[in-house]
Write a protein that binds this ligand. Structure first.
Ligand SMILES: Cc1cc2nc3c(=O)[nH]c(=O)nc-3n(C[C@H](O)[C@H](O)[C@H](O)COP(=O)(O)OP(=O)(O)OC[C@H]3O[C@@H](n4cnc5c(N)ncnc54)[C@H](O)[C@@H]3O)c2cc1C
Length: 443
């Protein structure tokens, strides 16, 4: 049995961010990170699998002010890390302009209200009229009906991040004696005795504290230990379409009321500004990990099969807005008809877009593990953290990548609490972390 102070399960951006924070800003000596794939950041954190956006909450009209306050606080931490390490880790991120557009009287009025409500939190946010939008994003205005009013909120800080590369950068920055990153190491079970025993294809590991950052699989690992039994997962896959460069930066549209997922948007690829990416779609799938068909049984193992599950899914989807939305999203991945349907959505951003310019991005788009509460028959749209006895399980739909360092900062403090309760003194050098990454940034 290999023994550590802490074991982190899962080497996406959440697990590696925590590894980095504990390695550089705590007294904890021996930490193992176990990742089942051959490379870190290769599932939802991979650049092709998510929308590559550092969400602050300024142009995301699906966020309330309260949610934006929290997301901004944590996203600022990552922004500071990225800015500081730009030279060291070249090519992890790019900064493009970004905006959200409101089209028609009702949307313009709503966005104007939102601007008044949010401008204090985001002082760098600017209102743009039609001409100013055309200066920055000509394709958004070309071919648009001049009789329909349009307004945009704009910022020059459209951080676009390769979260896969960021995962590797965190692990690199964490390197020191006592830090062990083990790839190709798949956790099959976690048992608890006086400590946690972690079973893998690469041997048996033990530690008094375990943090599980395995995406949807975190819930699968929580259930046998008696945690999160009231929860299941609704896996929502997101696909993308490519066009040749048609936008200079990120362009979001206004969120439709009641829909839990961000409306389709367009933005440049992080590593190639000559390609514009539109998406993501939102299609429920019965898998814990997209493209891994072996995870179908894991999905049903985690959700369970019974009336409670059927009743919960029926209650969530039985809605005159949500049901047609889900149905439409099923077809976006289909050849020909998918493109035709998606073109309608993408034209909300670029009205003159032609079908011939759109190309389905094959094997792009990961899975957003949305938590459903089987007792309350509801769906939670945000990230979920199940805190157990010296163990934490993180389930991370969007914007889990944006908040990865903030979550790690929060978790480092919980971990010190775990050790203190065991009568063991470990220190999180909180002031040092805050000095490095929590500054007063306005945007
Ligand atoms: C379509 C889409 C768009 C998104 N857009 C954005 C965005 O623009 N901005 C944003 O902030 N977020 C976005 N997200 C969310 C973001 O991608 C995730 O929140 C983030 O990548 C989660 O990181 P993670 O490390 O928690 O999970 P993952 O990156 O999925 O990593 C989990 C890791 O655990 C490993 N693992 C699983 N099981 C085991 C096991 N048994 N043993 C060992 N290892 C295991 C996996 O191999 C994987 O490497 C988007 C997600 C999707 C799907």
């Amino acid at each position: 049995v290999k023994s550590f102070d802490i074991i982190i399960v899962g080497g996406g951006v959440s697990g590696t961010a925590l590894l980095y924070v504990l390695s550089r800003f705590s007294s904890i000596k021996n930490i193992a990170l176990l990742e089942k794939h051959a490379s870190l950041g290769s599932v939802n954190s991979k650049a092709t699998q998510n929308s590559q956006t550092l969400h602050f909450g300024d142009i995301e009209t699906n966020y309330t002010l309260e949610k934006s306050v929290k997301v901004k606080k944590y996203a600022d931490i990552l922004k500071n890390y990225l800015d500081e390490n730009e030279e060291k880790h070249k090519g992890i991120f790019k900064v493009y302009p970004k905006m959200v557009i409101a089209v028609g009287h009702a949307e313009v009025e709503e966005l104007s209200h939102r601007y008044e409500e949010f401008k204090k939190l985001f002082p760098r946010l600017k209102r743009l009229d039609r001409d100013a939008i055309a200066d920055i994003e000509p394709s958004v205005i070309a071919g648009r009906d001049p009789g329909i009013p349009i307004l945009a909120l704009y910022s020059d800080e459209g951080y676009t991040v390769d979260y896969g590369r960021l995962s590797k950068a965190f692990a690199k920055d964490a390197e020191r004696d006592g830090i062990h990153v083990l790839e190709n190491t798949k956790v099959s079970a976690i048992h608890r005795d006086n400590e946690y025993y972690v079973y893998t294809n690469n041997g048996l590991f033990k530690a008094p504290v375990v943090i599980v950052t395995a995406g949807a699989h975190s819930l699968m690992m929580a259930h046998p230990l008696g945690y999160g039994k009231e929860y299941g997962i609704l896996s929502v896959a997101g696909s993308f379409y490519h066009t040749p460069k048609i936008l200079n930066g990120k362009v979001y549209t206004m969120q439709k009321k009641k829909l839990p997922f961000a409306a389709v948007h367009g933005d440049p690829e992080v590593h190639d500004a000559h390609i514009t990416r539109f998406g993501p779609t939102a299609k429920p799938i019965f898998m814990l990990e997209r493209y891994q068909y072996g995870s179908v049984w894991e999905y049903f193992k985690t959700l369970g099969i019974g009336w409670k599950q059927i009743a919960t899914i029926a209650k969530i989807t039985n809605d005159s807005i949500i049901f047609p939305y889900i149905l439409k999203n099923f077809f976006y991945d289909w050849p020909i008809i998918g493109k035709r349907l998606f073109l309608k959505e993408a034209r909300k951003v670029v009205p003159s877009l032609k079908a011939g310019q759109l190309r389905y991005a094959k094997r792009y788009g990961g899975n957003r593990p949305q938590i459903i509460n089987l007792d309350k028959k509801t769906m939670d749209t945000g990230e979920a953290k199940i805190i157990g006895d010296n163990i934490i399980f993180n389930i991370t739909p969007s914007p889990g990548a944006s908040t990865c360092l903030g979550n790690a900062y929060e978790e480092a403090q919980m971990i010190m609490g775990f050790f203190a309760a065991m009568g063991r003194r470990e220190i999180f050098y909180r002031e040092k972390f805050e000095k490095a990454y929590i500054k007063n940034h306005d945007r």
